[in-house]
Design a protein around this ligand. Structure first.
Ligand SMILES: CC(C)[C@H](C(=O)O)[C@@H](O)C(=O)O
Ligand code: SF4
Length: 454
């Protein structure tokens, strides 16, 4: 599939493994203002503004009323607004339909399509592979090149297929599958590869779960992660705002049906992940690869890095995580902030109260997710139980917006990175699924959720 998409976008073979590729969709976020300004200052224009889509997500406040939380953030926001207005780029501003985390709105609005090349100056652009797009993160110089030419120079990646074997057990979600893969392969195990996820368990996932799965490809080191588009994908995209319509839709469908890897296709690497005995996962350390079963024990230290991670996280090798006091719970981010994630969390939270000492936030991934959740009454369920119901954005995922987990506090977070200081200086992050996060908010300690469903 990667080869097919590559070939259909290759404009020129530049030698030494590099090619010039056509870019179908360029997503911009609030880091993109300076790139637009540089392009302007160099006297060049945006070649195809219709193929660019901009939103605000990283630095905007998710508090009601959207306060501007610092002068520099205010300037960042103003710079994007100014840049997209001058370039004539479609822009989803805060408070407007369509706004949200860049990797949530791409698929949701039908901007990212099967077989398309989607780029964004953001490492989690691999997320768009959940609908069968070849999405990858680029640097800001590359983004400038894309704006000027709607093309990009890339080196072809090697291909890896990760096949999940076995039937997933009770309560296993896409987050658990991908954390298991990251744990097995390591944080650099997919480095240099475009990954295709395969197996019955992947086919059984709904489209939003496939987006969650592909989202953590970069935590494997893989720039690209994809799931074969199928009837579920087409059903999901049909009728979305920017998806093709009418005759174009029929033509697109015919092309998309040719995308799956041919039977017998050879991959540079084949990996299997056995999920027959898989348990819901949670990270104990400061890398997404430092992951364990929710009912397991923190592994014994094998290296200085391991000891440092355990020390930073204030966890003890050989002991359980379940039962450890939790101060913060964050349900959000481009990993797990879609409507299906909020429904899972709401089912656990309903009729229960968040523990008194826990600050618990729900940050919907987009305006559309927020509105859908409100139309289903999920916001009331969350608010009545003591969660904060926030505006869409990256929020506590990276703490670049005036929102942070305090130093020394322990958070259960549905995001994708648990690096030192990621959610705020000194903050301790355990990555897990929305179900584990919701259960932990209610009990006030790290919790399994499998005994909590109604
Ligand atoms: C700020 C942005 C460039 C960054 C990324 O590239 O991924 C962020 O989204 C992240 O998740 O760390
Ligand atoms: S939600 Fe987090 S991971 Fe996703 S784009 Fe925003 S900061 Fe990056």
């Amino acid at each position: 599939m990667y080869e097919k998409i590559w070939r259909s976008h290759e404009i020129a073979d530049l030698g030494d493994g590099f090619s010039l590729l056509h870019v179908d969709r360029h997503m911009l976020h609030d880091g993109s203002g300076p790139v637009l300004a540089r392009l302007r200052d160099s006297g060049r224009g945006v070649s195809q503004p219709d193929l660019c889509f901009a939103t605000l997500d990283h630095v905007v406040s998710t508090a009601p009323g959207r306060p501007v939380t610092s002068d520099s953030r205010g300037r960042t926001i103003a710079s994007l607004r100014d840049g997209v207005a001058k370039a004539g780029i479609r822009f989803f501003d805060i408070g407007h339909a369509g706004q949200g985390i860049v990797h949530v709105i791409g698929p949701e609005l039908g901007i990212s399509l099967p077989g398309s090349v989607v780029v964004c100056a953001d490492s989690h652009t691999c997320t768009h592979g959940g609908v069968g797009a070849m999405g990858f993160g680029i640097g800001s110089t590359e983004a400038e090149h894309v704006l000027a030419t709607q093309t990009i120079v890339q080196a072809k990646l090697r291909t890896m297929r990760i096949t999940f074997v076995g039937e997933p057990g009770e309560g296993i979600t896409a987050k658990d599958l991908i954390l298991a893969a990251v744990g097995q392969l390591g944080a650099a195990g997919g480095s240099g590869y475009a990954v295709e996820y395969a197996g019955n368990a992947i086919e059984a996932l709904d489209v939003e779960a496939r987006l969650t799965l592909c989202n953590l490809s970069i935590e494997l080191g893989a720039k690209v992660g994809m799931v074969t588009p199928d009837e579920k994908t087409f059903g999901y995209l049909s009728g979305r705002q920017f998806a093709p319509k009418g005759e174009l839709w029929s033509k697109a469908l015919a092309a998309w049906r040719d995308l799956p890897s041919d039977p017998g296709a050879r991959f540079d690497a084949e990996v299997t992940v056995d999920i027959a005995q898989l348990k819901p996962k949670i990270t104990w350390g400061t890398s997404p690869a430092q992951v364990m079963d929710i009912d397991g024990i923190v592994p014994e230290a094998t290296s200085a890095a391991h000891r440092n991670a355990a020390q930073y996280m204030d966890v003890i090798p050989g002991r359980a995580l379940v039962g450890l006091n939790v101060d913060w719970v964050f349900i959000g981010s481009c990993t797990n902030s879609r409507i299906s994630d909020l429904r899972i969390a709401a089912a656990i939270v309903k009729g229960r109260k968040v523990a008194d000492h826990v600050s618990a936030w729900i940050v919907p991934g987009s305006e559309n997710v927020k509105q859908q959740a409100e139309s289903e009454g999920l916001d009331r369920i969350f608010k009545e139980s003591g969660f904060e119901w926030r505006e869409p954005g990256c929020s506590l995922c990276l703490a670049a917006n005036g929102e942070a987990v305090p130093s020394g506090a322990r958070a259960v977070s549905t995001s994708n990175r648990n690096f030192v200081g990621r959610q705020g200086p000194g903050a301790r992050t355990h990555l897990a699924s929305p179900a584990i996060a919701a259960a932990s908010a209610i009990r006030g300690v790290i919790s399994d959720f499998r005994d909590m469903k109604d």
